[in-house]
Design a protein around this ligand. Structure first.
Ligand SMILES: O=C(O)CCC(=O)C(=O)O
Length: 252
């Protein structure tokens, strides 16, 4: 469904927007089953990819721990939509593209997806950052991410936390050690304005690629999975080379 004028206004003011109930209960159950299969290693990328497994990043605290099931050791799974037809079909769902069209215009390219797993007990933090700090090859600095909750995302299990109205300029990022290469420190932003975006499973949060956000570690008993698919206007310009092996296909 296209967004209302009021929803577009809210997005333009805050740099993010929650769309409740984006997926039906049936769509959500199927998505969870497929994500579990990726995390458990029971499905593999499409054979044409010639990959042994999906591109995975592990939680540093439990990387080598055989006592922890594989699904609880994974921090992020990358590029599922380019490696398996089920996730391609998720990325081009009309329910998602209608919202993206309301925000980006009629011609849309898909960049990729990232599955943030945030397992119970040891899911690690994602520091403050603007997504576009990673993607400066593309102008204008305006992509849209669709973050679909597979579980209820709460303060306790590390929901995404947004800084409203920060989507107007790119801030200088710092080099970090560890999983996340660049980021912002609390002193770089007005952290007091942060909003914890708690959403129900099957709902989505759309955000602008300049909106500052982060998430805390998950020290609770409930996992918190979020599948993010990322889109750009089809007329975006590549100002630096970007050898992204899957390419950028027009999806609408
Ligand atoms: O899911 C998270 O914890 C972080 C998500 C994020 O950084 C993003 O969607 O860009």
């Amino acid at each position: 469904m296209k967004l209302s004028a009021e929803q577009v206004k809210q997005f333009n003011e805050n740099g993010y927007l929650v769309v409740p109930g984006l997926l039906t209960p049936l769509q959500l159950e199927e998505l969870k089953r497929m994500v579990d299969a990726v995390l458990d290693g029971t499905i593999k990328p499409d054979p044409s990819q010639d990959l042994e497994d999906f591109e995975l990043q592990y939680e540093p605290a439990v990387t080598g721990s055989a006592a922890v099931p594989r699904r609880d050791r994974i921090r992020v799974a990358f590029h599922l939509c380019h490696s398996h037809p089920y996730f391609w079909n998720h990325a081009v769902r009309p329910e998602i593209l209608d919202v993206v069209e309301s925000l980006l215009g009629e011609r849309i390219k898909l960049y990729t997806d990232q599955m943030f797993v945030k397992p119970a007990h040891h899911g690690s933090e994602v520091p403050f950052h603007q997504d576009h700090a990673y993607w400066t090859q593309v102008e204008p600095y305006r992509m849209i991410s669709c973050w679909v909750a597979l579980d209820d995302a709460t303060v306790e299990n590390g929901c995404v936390r947004m800084l409203p109205g920060t989507h107007h300029q790119l801030l200088p990022h710092r080099e970090f050690e560890g999983n996340q290469r660049y980021g912002l420190l609390e002193e770089d932003v007005d952290a007091g304005r942060e909003v914890a975006v708690e959403i129900k499973a099957g709902s989505a949060m759309f955000h602008h690629s300049l909106t500052v956000h982060r998430s805390f570690p998950n020290l609770g008993d409930q996992g918190r999975r979020g599948l993010v698919t990322i889109y750009m206007p089809a007329d975006a310009v590549f100002v630096k080379p970007w050898n992204f092996k899957y390419g950028f296909r027009t999806v609408r």
